[in-house]
Write a protein that binds this ligand. Structure first.
Ligand code: C2O
Ligand code: CU
Length: 508
């Protein structure tokens, strides 16, 4: 009898403790978990949608090991990098359209990591977003990503766990999906980036500097004060590998901007023509422009024809600090250097992400949207935490999601009301950019990233045709880390993962 009473009391105490612990736990407290999670009536887990079968496709297998490495950026400059397979950028992956791609990520770092396949249209659970599409891959563990390489183009991959830190430390690489019938024999990838080598990577909580920057009218003043070295394929200045080409030879050069600053690359006059942007072919016969403007996170492919000199240069416009770090010499086989000081051509015109219409459109005419979302981008400050970057006056995960259902046509109006540039990137979809500042594009542009500068307004449309929970965020990852992230939330599905937790899931 006594035992029974004691037992009952013990159980009651245990239950009470359980309830108290639950109420105290951080993800219950303070409404931190506003992500679309938890199975509500009829919702399916994202793990169960959009499966892709390998059937009889060619399988391309890779292993990417996340590991720490002392990385030589230039003569005399070494950094402690986090790498995929020991180099910065990580191993370049090349596959052919239609391939079934299998990448095993092994984590040998002592922090959790993931891989996000930037620009690739794939099943949601392969998107690499900790806390939304998977749990971060813990030290010593592995995770296998699988997807069909459906459309040819230039892509890149990077960690999406604490991306502001991990991408900065080198966890990125290129992924090229080649066409079945290749158009160019020569085909090269260049990934641009910025590093803090000789200075501590300053933090945006440095309010004084930030305020000065914000007032200066330079939309990148914040990121410019954080980094002191520019790199091309992980190398700076004279450590950059020259490109060996003969006069008259043609090549496809693919540029990826993995950094947070816009880069303007100057080409010899008449030597280049933009052929693709964010994996979409563009229709352009502009041979006049010789400056390529590449926004953070953006990809641009050009057809390059080597002019009649032995040595020419493709390099960052020289009007910004550290520009001399970012110059690619193009040399002939028999004249490999050393060469006189690099000199860039005069500028004749700028080609950028919105300069040319795409060959294939998503919508022929301006469609009637099922969902409209106004995305106001702004800056704020909070005591003790410094700057914040907001979508509709909120910071992630409190930003209002874009709620859609499969098949919806979604219209998003992006307005930059702050003083900093915001390269906004949508996962899992491409959108069509129909107008800028109220003016329609004659030829709309299909992309997955739109660079919105202060005061600018863009109207984009996309089709909700890839069920899942997808990020839409600023690709200046330092802005994302400080709030500028939202989610395209399909009503039919939910994410079984959570932010924080034992896996320390931190997607921004
Ligand atoms: Cu490169 Cu969330 O993206
Ligand atoms: Cu931003």
């Amino acid at each position: 009898m006594n035992r029974k009473i004691i037992g009952t009391i013990l159980i009651a105490i245990l239950v009470a403790i359980g309830v108290i612990v639950f109420l105290q736990s951080p993800w219950y407290k303070s409404g931190e978990m506003t992500l679309p999670k938890g199975a509500k009536d009829g919702e399916t887990s994202i793990l169960e949608v959009s499966a892709q079968e390998k059937s009889d496709r060619d399988v391309k297998k890779f292993v990417l090991t996340a590991e720490e490495k002392q990385w030589q950026i230039s003569e005399g400059e070494k950094v402690t990098a986090w790498t995929y397979n020991g180099t910065v950028p990580g191993e370049s992956l090349r596959v052919t359209e239609g391939d079934f791609v299998q990448v095993k990520l092994k984590n040998e770092l002592d922090v959790p990591v993931t891989i996000h396949w930037h620009g690739v249209l794939l099943p949601n659970k392969m998107d690499g977003i900790p806390g939304l599409t998977q749990d971060a891959v813990q030290p010593g563990e592995s995770f296998t990503y699988e997807f069909i390489a459906n459309d040819a183009g230039t892509y890149w991959y990077h960690s999406h766990q604490q991306s502001s830190i991990q991408v900065d430390k080198g966890l990125y690489g290129s992924l090229v999906i080649e066409e079945k019938e290749k158009e160019y024999e020569r085909d090269e990838v260049f990934i641009l980036d910025e590093w803090a080598v000789n200075q501590e990577r300053e933090d945006l909580s440095n309010m004084g500097g930030m305020m000065m920057g914000a007032m200066s009218g330079d939309g990148e003043a914040d990121t410019k004060q954080m980094y002191d070295t520019f790199t091309v394929n992980g190398k700076s200045g004279s450590a950059i590998d020259p490109l060996t080409m003969e006069a008259g030879e043609k090549a496809r050069l693919r540029f990826v901007n993995a950094g947070y600053q816009v880069h303007h690359l100057v080409f010899p006059k008449g030597s280049m023509r933009v052929i693709a942007n964010d994996a979409e072919k563009v229709a352009s016969d502009d041979h006049e422009s010789n400056v390529l403007e590449i926004a953070p996170g953006e990809r641009m492919d050009v057809e390059f024809t080597k002019p009649n000199q032995e040595t020419v240069f493709i390099g960052q416009e020289q009007n910004v600090e550290h520009a001399e770090d970012m110059i690619i010499p193009v040399v002939s086989k028999k004249n490999q250097g050393p060469y006189e000081k690099a000199s860039l051509a005069q500028e004749a015109g700028v080609a950028k992400g919105i300069s040319y219409g795409s060959e294939k459109r998503i919508f022929e005419k301006t469609p009637e949207p099922d969902v409209t979302y106004n995305m106001d981008l702004s800056m704020g400050m909070s005591m003790g935490e410094g700057m914040s970057f907001q979508i509709n006056d909120q910071t992630f995960p409190d930003t209002p999601p874009i709620k859609v259902k499969e098949g919806d046509i979604v219209k998003v109006t992006l307005r930059n009301k702050g003083r900093m540039n915001h390269p906004m990137h949508l996962h899992g979809h491409r959108f069509q950019v129909n107008s800028k500042n109220g003016k329609k594009f004659e030829k709309p542009i299909v992309k997955d990233l739109i660079h919105v500068k202060p005061g600018e307004e863009y109207v984009i449309y996309f089709k909700a045709d890839n069920m899942g929970e997808w990020l839409f965020h600023c690709h200046d990852n330092n802005h994302a880390a400080r709030g500028m992230v939202t989610i395209v939330d399909y009503k039919e599905v939910y994410s079984p993962f959570e932010l924080g937790g034992k896996d320390e899931n931190q997607p921004n």
